[in-house]
Design a protein around this ligand. Structure first.
Ligand SMILES: Nc1nc2c(c(=O)[nH]1)N[C@H]1C(S)=C(S)[C@@H](COP(=O)(O)O)O[C@H]1N2
Ligand SMILES: [Mo]
Length: 365
């Protein structure tokens, strides 16, 4: 049987084509953060967004083995007990799916239909990857490190284990972890139990869950998730640049209370303290601005002092004087590379790394 018959090619929706039952099925499996949970520094358990390409594997922490091999002097296999016996590091990380914002693009890339909510912040504890690689003895000619999860599926006709590569230089960054705890607890099944990679600053696809194998290679990795899936393409045949680090983004906690279906917010006239979170994986956030007219005029928000958590979001606040009528709130983040969020869309076929500003419709009474 030809698997192409059940596996969809990558495509872009027709003009005015509604979200399909297939996209809804993905959205129901892979939930986002409820935007009101942006109030917490650390996203409470269960409210962190989720993205799982295939199925959550059934994993036993007692018997789990992580193989480390390829272009190393001393290939090895480590258990969870081996990892726990080593010096641990904890890093606070804001993780965001590269497809965040996709569902608002025109035309819409058909995939997991995120609006803006594919983000969360957790404290990950584990062993720095570079300690494990250094102990294994990386060969001088090594170029990439390939991470393989225990999950398996088909994507656009290609059967595969979920697998991503990082360059050796990126893999050796001190903040990259082989993590076994999330917010001080064993990883939950949906977040990679018992072991995952955490690559702070990178879009979510790099943080391989249910990690079972680390292989050092002396040729560039050309697996599906690096060479085919996560590329910024404008035409179907483009080679496309790889999706890498998180572009700046700010999200507001929607003020007031919501209408059930439209999610339009209702607030009373007067001064409201708006709050939100801003992050960038490229460079530290330098400023956040807020607009109450859909991005036509902007005012500087108050960015809370840097708490030293380089890889985590920062809180911002802004006093907004609401007058009766309809408003459209938004915020935009700037980072130290000079990048800022676009008000309009920056379209690509996969809808990746799309950081167009959030729009929050508000009725003030
Ligand atoms: N093994 C494996 N790792 C994976 C994935 C996956 O499907 N399988 N999804 C990736 C993607 S696309 C994202 S955005 C993040 C999501 O991590 P979270 O579900 O813990 O938030 O996991 C990444 N790691
Ligand atoms: Mo993702």
């Amino acid at each position: 049987m030809d698997l192409d018959q059940i596996s969809r090619p990558g495509r872009v929706a027709d003009t005015d084509e509604a979200i399909s039952a297939e996209e809804l099925a993905l959205a129901a499996r892979n939930h986002g953060i409820p935007l009101e949970a942006l109030r917490y520094d650390l996203t409470p358990p269960g409210l962190h967004y989720l993205l799982i390409h295939y199925d959550i594997p059934l994993a036993d922490a007692e018997t789990w083995q992580l193989a480390i091999g390829g272009r190393v002097a001393r290939p090895t296999t480590v258990t969870l007990a081996d990892l726990r016996a080593r010096p641990a590091t904890t890093v606070r990380v804001t993780m965001e799916c590269a497809g965040n914002g996709r569902a608002r693009l025109q035309p819409r890339p058909v995939s997991q239909p995120w609006l803006v909510e594919a983000v969360g912040t957790a404290e990950w504890t584990g062993v720095p990857l570079r300690d494990l690689l250094t102990d294994a003895g990386v060969d001088p000619g090594a170029v990439d490190v390939v991470f393989t999860g225990a999950d398996h599926g088909i994507e656009r006709g290609v059967e595969q284990d979920y697998q991503r590569g990082l360059s050796l230089a990126d893999a050796m960054a001190p903040e990259v972890l082989v993590a076994y705890a999330m917010n001080g607890q064993p990883l939950p099944p949906q977040h990679g139990h018992p072991v995952r990679l955490v690559a702070p600053g990178w879009y979510g696809m790099a943080h391989v869950k249910w990690l079972r194998d680390i292989t050092v290679t002396d040729t560039p990795f050309t697996g599906y998730q690096n060479a085919v899936a996560y590329r910024l393409r404008h035409q179907p045949g483009d080679d496309g640049d790889p999706v890498t680090r998180i572009r700046p983004r700010a999200l507001l906690v929607p003020p007031g209370f919501p209408d059930f279906m439209s999610r339009t917010r209702v607030v009373d006239a007067g001064v409201h303290l708006l709050e939100g979170r801003a992050w960038s994986g490229q460079a530290p956030v330098t400023a956040v601005e807020v607009s109450a007219d859909g991005g036509r005029t902007w005012a500087a928000a108050d960015l809370e002092p840097d708490t030293g958590h380089r890889w985590a979001w920062r809180r911002f606040t802004h006093r907004w004087s609401a007058a009766p009528g309809r408003h459209q709130l938004t915020a935009r983040a700037h980072d130290a590379t000079g990048a800022a969020q676009p008000v309009g869309q920056d379209w690509n076929r996969g809808g990746f790394a799309n950081n167009a500003v959030q729009l929050v419709d508000v009725v003030c009474r």
